[in-house]
Design a protein around this ligand. Structure first.
Ligand SMILES: [Zn+2]
Length: 124
């Protein structure tokens, strides 16, 4: 099994509903996003997939979050924009865009700070 990983990032504001603590107040993060894709076989160029293509697809998804107030976006109107749910959101969007590729989206990691990371992956 081969795996590739790309890093990207976005900056946005959020607050957590139903949470008692500092994060119930509006604040911002510079989220770091890692995307892992795997494949059992390599393409004719010896790659799982082109890094630049994966970066471009990821960038398009993150651009919709960048410099936004996440709680005001339709997806996060009812769903709390926690780092876990942000990872799930990015995963579902990436999965749609990678559907016709010969590789598997393994995992999305969302770093809220340098020391705090939330991940989403499918268990199948
Ligand atoms: Zn926060």
């Amino acid at each position: 099994m081969y795996k590739i990983k790309i890093n990207s990032n976005f900056s946005a504001a959020h607050f957590l509903r139903g949470y008692e603590g500092k994060c119930e107040n509006l604040h911002g993060h510079n989220w770091k996003v890692e995307v892992l894709v795997s494949s059992k076989a390599l393409n004719s160029c010896g790659m799982v997939m082109d890094f630049s293509e994966l970066k471009k697809i990821t960038f398009c998804i993150l651009e919709e979050l960048d410099h936004k107030h996440l709680n005001e976006l339709p997806y996060f109107t009812d769903t709390n924009p926690s780092s876990e749910n942000i990872a799930g959101y990015i995963f579902s969007k990436l999965k749609e865009k990678l559907e016709n590729k010969d590789c598997k989206l393994e995992e999305v990691n969302v770093w809220e700070t340098d020391t705090s990371c939330a991940s989403y992956k499918e268990t199948i």
